[in-house]
Design a protein around this ligand. Structure first.
Ligand code: ADP
Ligand code: X2W
Length: 261
């Protein structure tokens, strides 16, 4: 079995993740599995921007990022949220090191195509997988904040789903697990919302076109589609609230929605 997996934790669920979630993570690591975490924190960024009286808006799911907004994004993601996750992992008894994409130029980025409209938002151009592998080799769980950097040392705000997909691709893991606040991709069947156990790229495109997949689910499925073109075999979307959700997703299957080729 592939020993490594990338897990993306969304801001929608981070604060509510119970101690048992981190105990499950520790158990997995003890059994020889090597997790890599990439996290979001959109709601916490919005809250801090509001407190500071800085306006920001989303354009097609991406935050318009001025220099002033970028400072707050880095402060909240690489500071507050990253260290909160590292502390929780350490409290569970596992070892963890927090990094942002700036550290060791871990995530190289370039401006998105519509940068003139949305500012310092980045697309990933490269990931320094050696740093991540080195941290794992030392027995630590890497926790990565989605800030990118270019050769001129400009920072970029990167959507966390996009960053996680790029990390999974560059590491060449077989599986990415996306932990969020819904139990998978939901579809109304026979008048009832149901979790789809498996979806293909074609089904996703149809659900985006019909509006059945919208908002924050769009960057997740887009990142999933991008990374399953390569070595990543499947992306699993799960709810962080479910007991032992990680070990179920990694070892057993049959939970959440699996996105496959
Ligand atoms: N078909 C769908 N199934 C489930 N959730 C969906 C779907 N389409 C859109 N969503 C929305 O996507 C949200 C998850 O995205 P988001 O709030 O950005 O989470 P995160 O902070 O974890 O990245 C869900 O809470 C739900 O409102
Ligand atoms: C460019 C862009 O939109 N970046 C995101 C980064 C955080 C994120 O993606 O967090 P979630 O996973 O919780 O949504 C933002 O500024 O909110």
């Amino acid at each position: 079995m592939e020993q490594r997996f990338v897990m993306k934790c969304g801001g929608s669920t981070l604060a509510a993740l119970p101690d048992s979630f981190f105990a499950d993570l520790r158990g997995l690591q003890e059994s020889g599995v090597k997790p890599v975490i990439v996290h979001g924190g959109g709601p916490a960024i919005s809250e801090t921007l509001t407190k500071l009286g800085i306006e920001s808006e989303f354009v097609n799911g991406l935050r318009k990022t001025s220099d002033e907004v970028l400072d707050v994004v880095e402060m909240v993601l690489a500071g507050k949220i990253n260290k909160e996750i590292v502390r929780k992992i350490q409290h569970s008894g596992a070892k963890s090191i927090g990094l942002s994409g700036v550290d060791g130029k871990l995530i190289k980025a370039q401006p998105v195509a519509n940068a003139a409209e949305i500012g310092f938002v980045g697309d990933v151009t490269d990931v320094n997988a050696d740093i991540i592998a080195g941290v794992m080799e030392m027995g630590y769980i890497p926790v990565i904040a989605p800030i990118g950097i270019d050769d001129a040392s400009q920072r970029y705000n990167i959507n966390a789903d996009t960053a996680a997909g790029a990390v999974a691709s560059h590491l060449g893991v077989e599986r990415m697990i996306v932990v969020t606040d819904v139990p998978g991709i939901l579809k109304t069947i026979d008048g009832r919302k149901q979790v789809l156990p498996t979806v293909t790229v074609e089904e996703i495109e149809a659900m985006i076109a019909s509006g059945e997949i919208y908002g924050g689910m769009i960057p997740k499925v887009r990142a999933a589609i991008q990374c399953i073109q390569g070595k990543v075999r499947e992306v699993v979307i799960v709810n962080g609230d479910e007991p032992n959700v990680l070990s179920k997703a990694v070892l057993e299957g049959g939970i959440g929605t699996r996105i496959v080729r």
